[in-house]
Design a protein around this ligand. Structure first.
Ligand SMILES: [Zn+2]
Length: 158
């Protein structure tokens, strides 16, 4: 009888917890955007200690948007090295940061990588640090970038 009682108690306890698991699973997923603690794509936490590989030359592309974003990428390699890329190329292409998207042609066709690099470029021109930019990217600020504004040739000076 004692055993049965214990089993019943366990079942009641488990079924009480069950909805809690579902709810906590959900909020956990919601939190990733704001606190960055969950499921953030790969990035480097520190500035690089070695010289970085060069991004692809903007001249390799015909498309003005691609030219612009690759020209921006070349100016802020250190910043990109410290950013996650939300197209999940860390899983599909084993990228270690947003910089990797611009070492080959990947960034020419990916609107997520493009929005992120434009945000990072604009914000670093304003003097923001890589860490500050990373927080903005994790908050999803890059999704507000209008790519339409970057489809004509630009002078990316610094
Ligand atoms: Zn990417």
């Amino acid at each position: 009888m004692i055993r049965k009682g214990r089993l019943l108690g366990l079942i009641v306890f488990a079924s009480f917890l069950f909805p809690f698991y579902i709810v906590s699973g959900w909020t956990g997923r919601d939190q990733q955007k704001t606190d960055g603690s969950q499921d953030v794509p790969a990035y480097h936490k520190e500035a690089p200690k070695e010289p970085l590989p060069k991004t692809r030359k903007p001249e390799s592309f015909e498309d003005p948007l691609a030219k612009n974003v690759y020209a921006m990428a070349a100016k802020i390699e250190e910043v990109l090295y410290q950013q996650p890329c939300y197209c999940r190329c860390d899983e599909t292409d084993h990228h270690e940061s947003l910089l990797d998207c611009f070492l080959d042609n990947h960034g020419a066709d990916c609107d997520i990588c493009q929005r992120e690099v434009i945000l990072a470029y604009n914000e670093s021109k304003k003097g923001k640090t890589a860490g500050e930019i990373r927080n903005e990217i994790m908050d999803g600020k890059y999704t507000g970038i209008d790519l339409g504004q970057y489809k004509t040739p630009m002078n990316i000076d610094r």
